[in-house]
Design a protein around this ligand. Structure first.
Ligand SMILES: [Zn+2]
Length: 486
């Protein structure tokens, strides 16, 4: 049964919520559907309504006005929801359950950690949704321990005892606007990605190239480097000192190395000769615990396809190379591969988007295996490619019927052809001091074969995607707020 909110709301609270009277309050009767919220009072103050209070049968409503510049106004209040108006003009309707769940008062949020306090089961145990008694916009409220210059939405509950909430629920309007109208995630490449071919990327390479000293001393240049990785899928850092420490210094500007079965942080890639029975090291006779440690060419692939969460960023710091001896580095934009498939072979695109492929890494000590699609799209928008996972060397054996095999190999042939399309292959001759950092969830990498006598040596490491995303978000926030310290 509905009860008049005013009969339950303590007057002292109403006064606290409305301690913003700079001008004489206006009193009007309004209906539940009234949308008028901004008034120009004779004083010339542009005022925002801060009070909608009344019972829901008669809607005898008392209104208050304040001088706060509220970015959000209340459009409609009912027992089970509140419709608000955002600066964009959008009018989201917030259910009472959502409001109860998102209360920002100090009884619901632990402000030392910004974690929720454990309340959900308690209020959801009550039968029926929480009932709203009234909604008000105030300049501030004692139940909200953090200040919000935009004001506070104050919701009085008709059945607070039943739903376990003492006093009103409060929501800072800046916080509410951010939740209801989220800005773009600065770590996401959805809106900024630049899908490339060899030709287009070659002309864009200066944009993706940075100097070591700049990246390690300037947060702005570091951010630009991370934005290049976000948008192109990679960045090149030139003039990196030829030491493992420099690799560490550069990577630690982004995040810490991810530990994997291959290395406890920094790894090194160089040809490792195996002594033959005769004691000599012959070409082609090398340790091949992984093909990467041989001198063989490597077709474009992503790393660690057999992990649930393959490393996000991969770092290659070139210490020694001899372009004449081969060993050029290859990059292929996995987004471009997916886009080409979608445009030219849509059945193949759908097949690799929907079909889990088995990848494995197996040796005497390890049995990693994953079944994942090659093309991953965003859960919230299936038209957006979010990740590419493919390594033909690491495909695991799987049983197939003749019919399944016919389909699989037909699509595999098209996939391999798209990956190996010469127009998409960006070949780079990395020279000593160049560090290549790339998104292993997007960019496939490989290399040409090289002479085993070629002094080819790299160090590098993996960085988890969430740590990279965390870093770019923080740096974007600092740039936005004008923080310039490096
Ligand atoms: Zn609360």
């Amino acid at each position: 049964m509905l009860r008049a909110a005013s009969s339950r709301a303590p007057l002292s609270y109403a006064c606290r919520a409305a301690k913003i009277h700079q001008c004489a309050p206006a009193r009007n009767h309004v209906s539940a559907s009234s949308s008028t919220r901004l008034r120009l009072l004779p004083s010339g103050c542009r005022l925002v309504e801060n009070g909608v209070r009344g019972n829901f049968k008669g809607w005898n409503t008392r209104r208050r006005f304040a001088t706060i510049a509220s970015p959000i106004t209340i459009h409609d209040v009912s027992r089970d929801s509140i419709e608000v108006v955002l600066p964009s003009g959008a009018r989201p309707r917030l259910s009472s359950e959502w409001l109860r769940d998102h209360c920002q008062c100090s009884g619901c949020i632990d402000y030392s950690t910004y974690q929720r306090k454990d309340q959900a089961e308690a209020w959801m145990a009550a039968s029926g949704a929480p009932a709203i008694a009234s909604a008000t916009i105030a300049s501030q409220h004692a139940s909200l321990p953090v200040s919000d210059e935009s004001g506070v939405l104050v919701v009085e509950w008709a059945d607070g005892n039943v739903h376990g909430h003492v006093g009103p629920s409060v929501y800072g309007l800046t916080w509410l606007q951010r939740v209801l109208q989220p800005t773009r995630d600065t770590a996401s490449d959805v809106y900024t990605r630049r899908v490339w071919t060899s030709e287009s990327m070659t002309s864009s390479l200066p944009e993706a190239t940075f100097a070591y000293t700049e990246v390690v001393t300037s947060n702005e240049r570091l951010l630009q480097c991370l934005e290049s990785i976000r948008d192109f899928g990679f960045a090149l850092v030139e003039s990196t000192p030829l030491t493992d420490e420099a690799t560490h210094v550069l990577c630690s500007r982004i995040a810490f190395f991810r530990r994997t079965v291959y290395a406890d942080g920094l790894w090194k890639v160089e040809v490792k000769p195996m002594q033959s029975a005769s004691g000599s090291a012959d070409e082609g006779d090398y340790s091949t615990a992984d093909t990467a440690y041989s001198s063989l060419p490597l077709h474009a692939h992503t790393d660690c396809t057999y992990f649930e969460d393959p490393p996000g960023l991969q770092v290659f710091h070139c210490h020694a190379s001899d372009p004449a001896g081969g060993g050029q580095s290859l990059l292929v934009d996995g987004y471009r591969v997916a886009h080409d498939l979608r445009a030219n072979a849509p059945h193949t695109y759908e097949y690799w988007r929907r079909t889990p492929v088995a990848f494995h890494f197996t040796d005497a000590s390890n049995q990693y295996i994953q079944h994942k699609p090659v093309i991953q799209t965003l859960a919230q928008d299936e038209s957006v490619v979010a990740a590419f996972r493919f390594n033909k060397y690491d495909r695991a054996p799987v049983a197939m019927s003749p019919d399944e095999a016919a389909v699989f190999y037909r699509h595999l042939k098209v996939l391999l052809s798209a990956i190996r399309a010469p127009a998409g292959e960006l070949w780079l001759s990395l020279t000593p001091g160049t560090t290549l950092i790339f998104n292993n969830h997007r960019v496939l990498h490989g290399r040409s074969g090289f002479s085993v006598r070629s002094p080819r040596k790299f160090s590098g490491g993996y960085i988890s995607m969430e740590d990279y995303h965390n870093r770019i978000r923080v740096l974007c926030s600092q740039r936005k707020s004008g923080v310039t310290s490096d």
